[in-house]
Design a protein around this ligand. Sequence first.
Ligand code: ASP
Length: 592
Amino acid sequence: MFRTNTCGELRLSHAGQEVTLSGWVQAGRDFGGLTFVDLRDRYGITQVVFDSDDDAALAERAGKLGREWVVQVKGQVRERTNKNPNRPTGDVEVLARELTVLNKSKVPPFTIEDATDGGDDLRMRYRYLDLRRGPLQQNIIFRSRLALAVRAYLGGEGFVEVETPNLIKSTPEGARDFVVPSRLNEGQFYALPQSPQTFKQLLMVAGYDRYFQIVKCFRDEDLRADRQPEFTQIDCEMAFVTQEDVLTTFEGLTRHLFQEVKNVELGEFPRMQYDEALRRYGSDKPDLRFGMELNDLTALGQGKGFQVFDVAELIVGICVPGGADLSRKQLDGLTDWVKRPQIGAKGLIYVKCNEDGSFKSSVDKFFDQAALAGWASVCGAKAGDLLFFISGEAEKSRDQLGRLRLHVAEMREMIPAGVFKPLWVVDFPLLEWDEESQRFHAMHHPFTSPKREEVDRMLTGDHETMKSLRADAYDLVINGAEIGGGSVRIYDRGLQEKNFQLLGFTPEEAEAQFGFLMGAFEYGAPPHAGIAFGFDRLCAVMNGQSSIRDFIAFPKNNQGRDVMIDAPAPIDAGQLRELALRVTVDRDGAKR
Ligand code: ASP
């Protein structure tokens, strides 16, 4: 028997018992006659003591143990004289009688402790060592508990878990596909699913009524901290439901998960229309943990000879509570921040609301005190506050100020910790016009239904009408992070064909790519709707973290590489030949 107990288990009540523990040596301390070894496993750390008065040879061997060696210890549990209140096992230690080295370890490239000295790259290369550390283990175990809770809840609600294939044909979720060459079908490729979208709709046609799957999705996109080329969704679809039914069901799931896994009782799940979210927060995923809403100052700001404002489509402002204390240097810093290419604003106008009731602005030349007072009143500013304004094209200005809002909130620590603010954003546009390519894109995906009252306009309207169509599409946002999104689906062949046509597909292209789905719509497709939650992101948000990487056991780095197994990697000539592929890029990246 390798062990009688885990390293996280022993308490005062075990004192006097003979136990066997197995685990990793976290640290050793030699105090003359006494050698202390902290023994670690997934469950905790237990102090083991070797006393040279009892067994000098044993104590000497213990003194030679290295970090991360795997050992087995037999001995007796006893009360500690100097207890460690920070450890659940801190009241006891094991007085060792026997020591077996199960395996040695090289000196690890970084310390395997809660706070490590290892840099990102090194830790990714030795992910199995990083995963040994407490914080990461807690994350991965949290993820597992969350997945189990999802299954239990949805199972209880009558959802059927169905696996859908990974080797498929492109599903358009708006990203690039990862493709897999087919050996048996020369020159042909599978695509890895960006989501199981079409399959889950087919399951509704097939009468499964309620489907779910915790499923890997693959999208070949440029990476950011909160994106991975392969990620996991809680993917769901329901038949004979309205948008309302979906929102209620998944509010239920979300509440249950927070309650069950975090012991947090969530408050209201308010709803906000997409347009309103943009107007009030400059974002379709507003963070409601703090205020600083956007205000429209266009009417007030124009006609006073300030050219920048006069030519703007929109002037928007926010009020930073207590922000009048920002220094000149900080204001310049924020101006530079909004001018960075990632934000793209041309400039930042500010107004300080001084304690004495006067105003000081960066545009004093054009606006008198009365005008500035007018702005302050529209923005609800008090003495001691600060106003920021951005102007220009409406959509861009809102987005830029929306980002500044988040940045300032973080900078000024306005975001309360441990608070969760959910929000349903509803009534997304059906289509999005892309100036550059001069075509429409589906805002959610091409299977999303326009609102029922919009169908006629969609079937008969002109180009401008199409821009204003609203869809039964919704996102769940928590603390400014998009947790999930979904829609009511089209289930009528004619309407689906019309949507593809608007998206620039010829009838032949639509048939070639999605004929199977439109064909299925002709065999008794029920009205249906669904949603998918980003599982990795849900894990991160529930733990107040922004990076999903720490909740994925083996993630890719920013270049989409797994540096531990060194993938992607070239394949050998024979394999290429078998797949009828020719590589036209040399290893150094030069095209041949
Ligand atoms: N397939 C969609 C997505 O991946 C979710 C849905 O519409 O159910 O975002």
